[in-house]
Design a protein around this ligand. Sequence first.
Ligand SMILES: Nc1ncnc2c1ncn2[C@@H]1O[C@H](COP(=O)(O)OP(=O)(O)OP(=O)(O)O)[C@@H](O)[C@H]1O
Ligand SMILES: Nc1ncnc2c1ncn2[C@@H]1O[C@H](COP(=O)(O)OP(=O)(O)OP(=O)(O)O)[C@@H](O)[C@H]1O
Ligand SMILES: [Mg+2]
Ligand SMILES: [Mg+2]
Lengths: 159, 159, 165, 165
Amino acid sequence: SKTKFSETFREVQREFQSIFVKLFGGGAAKLHLSEAEKAEEAGLEISIRLPGKRMQNMNLLSGGERALTAISLQFALLRVKPSPFCVLDEIDATLDEGNLGRFAKLLSEFAQDTQLIMITHRLGSMEAADILYGVTMNRENISQLVAVQLEAAAAVLGE
Amino acid sequence: SKTKFSETFREVQREFQSIFVKLFGGGAAKLHLSEAEKAEEAGLEISIRLPGKRMQNMNLLSGGERALTAISLQFALLRVKPSPFCVLDEIDATLDEGNLGRFAKLLSEFAQDTQLIMITHRLGSMEAADILYGVTMNRENISQLVAVQLEAAAAVLGE
Amino acid sequence: MFLKRLELHGFKSFGKKVQLEFERGVTAIVGPNGSGKSNIADGVRWVLGEQSARSLRGNTMQDVIFAGSDGKGPLGMAEVSLTLGGCEKKLDLGFDEVTVTRRLYRSGESQYLINKTQCRLKDILDLFRDTGLGREGYSLVGQGQIDAILQARPEERRLIIEEAA
Amino acid sequence: MFLKRLELHGFKSFGKKVQLEFERGVTAIVGPNGSGKSNIADGVRWVLGEQSARSLRGNTMQDVIFAGSDGKGPLGMAEVSLTLGGCEKKLDLGFDEVTVTRRLYRSGESQYLINKTQCRLKDILDLFRDTGLGREGYSLVGQGQIDAILQARPEERRLIIEEAA
Ligand SMILES: Nc1ncnc2c1ncn2[C@@H]1O[C@H](COP(=O)(O)OP(=O)(O)OP(=O)(O)O)[C@@H](O)[C@H]1O
Ligand SMILES: Nc1ncnc2c1ncn2[C@@H]1O[C@H](COP(=O)(O)OP(=O)(O)OP(=O)(O)O)[C@@H](O)[C@H]1O
Ligand SMILES: [Mg+2]
Ligand SMILES: [Mg+2]
């Protein structure tokens, strides 16, 4: 229905703005619906302003800035309509250490309401986890689970 | 001409096999030309076998395995036909520490003949570099160059 | 409703049975390239009813059956079981714990089970229809797919909000 | 032939002139997200004659001109200069050191220079035609593009070998 959509849209808009500012440490983010004759042709437009920079064409964003913007929208959706669990495969791959730290903080916030399963190579995300599962290839070249200690993982990552 | 092509193809084939085995620490890699009526329809097919695993459909490869296979082919081309310089933007992003170490070794080999400019977030690649350039946003939000010490970079990366 | 357990046997690189137990909060899955992490994500996607071999990185659906390695011969069947707890209010089933199982044989024959009772693929899809489970870009984000939401056409993005509403 | 120097002024996030000196071997460019690293790669691509605004992440070519920040107003022109050494045998010019410069004004007017002499874009493209410089998937690999060679159709891949031959 049209009112349920507007309501959901406004909530996602609010959460997107708030999560974006948390992850980027500033700036602003807006969602708006484009005008269209038919409802199915209306589009969801995204416009953002990075801290200290001017509003710009989204394409000019860097790899890490794109990922963080996408994560903001993704998590806004998850906050408005929680899923029983989420599987996120290496979504933190392109974040620098500063952004990764703010992202890890956000994970801890979300962990209260949603079970998050994060496949990751990043120590920052591992530190935010409640449980760590290690996967390796055994001698027969079959996947196996191994116990992982954070200190050992840090060592393997050379950190 | 047809003979120049066959000659180049054989050299790339040889280099691809040898670089692949160096990067993966084993396995095998083959390039072959598919049959076609017209020369322009012939395709370059890639088939690989990862160490300890069976020959498989290339799509089943993991993110890091795909990147390392692509890097093997890319560098095979660069060895057969060197470019004066190459700019490589975060090609090591999905490699685990083990693969990154072998990749960094390969960089040092190539540095003799080709100038490689590597944009990277990875300490392993930084350690293989002869020169380090740091880029940051200054207070006016303009890009500036900063001097980088490897130890300082390692600290920022939390390593 | 929450995820309790995932079992993979003969699915992709899981030539021997592997079982993951889940708790509330954040679970991190870590390991070297090619060890099987994304294969676990594929297992979740598959058992929830994924019908496209391509989105599981295969050419045909049989590509998900363990093909053998240097150490072990190929298997004839792939099986994944996913167990959810706290289902009583959320799913239309009257059980608090629900296990869905999917099997595929080399012949192409498939089996689907809910709490050990055979059913059709359709029953599994209907079971999870309003939960958002298994939906790419929402409860599942594949490797390299995080910015798909930015690459999507504005109309597609609006649909994501509609489905959430 | 080797890269000696790159200068960027008013190009993308380089609101103030920046100069990079290059030596033989491996140069690593590092820094936080959004600091300007890929913009440097874009600068190289642009000065070598890139004609597609899309492959520089822009909608129009003017998107490469510094648009201003909180600390500084927009600029009216973007300029990148690339200097190569050891050119005598490799390039058809009779100089050992060659500098190519490209400028773009907000009006859309462009200027191209080889060793400070005005020329056309075509002259820059012809100069580097057989060197392989500036070619994506060969001497330039953009962010996220490393596995493009695997995604390409087999016929496209064969063309890469042909161009090398
Ligand atoms: N049917 C199959 N039988 C045996 N092995 C398989 C099968 N399908 C996939 N594999 C293997 O699984 C491996 C890929 O696993 P996966 O994608 O889970 O790796 P990953 O841990 O996510 O690695 P990365 O960190 O690089 O993303 C490949 O080496 C592939 O050969
Ligand atoms: N014309 C322009 N004027 C001002 N700033 C610009 C312009 N074009 C791009 N930018 C800015 O440059 C930044 C992107 O820089 P770049 O892509 O080089 O980052 P990066 O260092 O490669 O980061 P990452 O590590 O995330 O890939 C964006 O914040 C964008 O706003
Ligand atoms: Mg993976
Ligand atoms: Mg970049």
